[in-house]
Design a binder for this molecule. Structure first.
Ligand code: SF4
Length: 217
């Protein structure tokens, strides 16, 4: 499936409005649908082709989209790792929080879908910053140990030892008191989902088994 339309900064899926901040990611997951689905997501072209939207451009796209139809969540996700654009992410989330406080739209949650490497990417502890503006965090855990994690998410050299960082990020999010912290595992990748569940729950997160085809972040 290919899509030649202009890139979507925001797009709909289920009850959510999703934000596509970047196509950059330090991983190259074996199950990532951005390559499998040729940067298309249910008719939305998520290929930014190296361009990345400013906070103002994302906010303008959101204002246009949010009034079109009901939604219950706004999710930082897309075909890339949102924490690669931390400043834009925080600004847009703060704006969403402001709109919510003003009851500009019916109640909604603000969620981040992430690979859990945000602290490493930004060379600092970003969890307290996220906790001010994000309600829920979904972290792709995917593996019960570093070797399987490396095999599955295929991080670039600099992030080869990132598995423990992902687990630390999950624990820090749990400590920070987000409304919900989910650690997910993609099904049918060769790892035992129950072993991943054990790790997720040991770190205090809610485990979620994501179907292989729906895998997005
Ligand atoms: S699934 Fe997520 S973490 Fe993995 S390569 Fe794709 S965007 Fe990156």
């Amino acid at each position: 499936m290919s899509n030649s339309s202009s890139p979507a900064l925001v797009y709909r899926f289920g009850n959510g409005v999703y934000i596509n901040l970047t196509n950059r990611c330090p991983n190259l997951c074996a199950f990532c649908i951005k390559t499998k689905w040729h940067m298309d997501f249910h008719g939305n072209n998520l290929n930014l082709e190296g361009w990345e939207p400013s906070a103002g451009e994302v906010i303008a796209a959101l204002e246009k989209e949010l009034k079109k139809a009901p939604f219950t969540q706004v999710v930082f996700c897309g075909y890339g790792e949102p924490t690669m654009r931390l400043e834009v992410l925080l600004f847009v989330a703060q704006t969403l929080k402001g709109w919510r406080a003003q009851a500009k739209y019916p109640p909604f949650t603000i969620r981040l879908n992430t690979n859990g490497l945000g602290n490493r990417i930004n060379h600092k502890d970003i969890v307290p910053l996220l906790a001010r503006v994000i309600d829920e965090v979904n972290v792709s855990l995917n593996a019960p140990d570093e070797t399987s994690w490396q095999r599955l998410v295929r991080p670039i050299h600099e992030f080869q030892d990132g598995y423990e960082d992902v687990r630390e990020f999950i624990r820090a999010c749990v400590q920070a008191g987000f409304q919900k912290v989910v650690a997910s595992c993609v099904d049918k990748t060769g790892v035992d989902p129950e072993a991943v569940r054990h790790i997720a729950e040991e770190d205090g997160a809610v485990f979620y088994l994501r179907s292989f085809l729906d895998a997005q972040e």
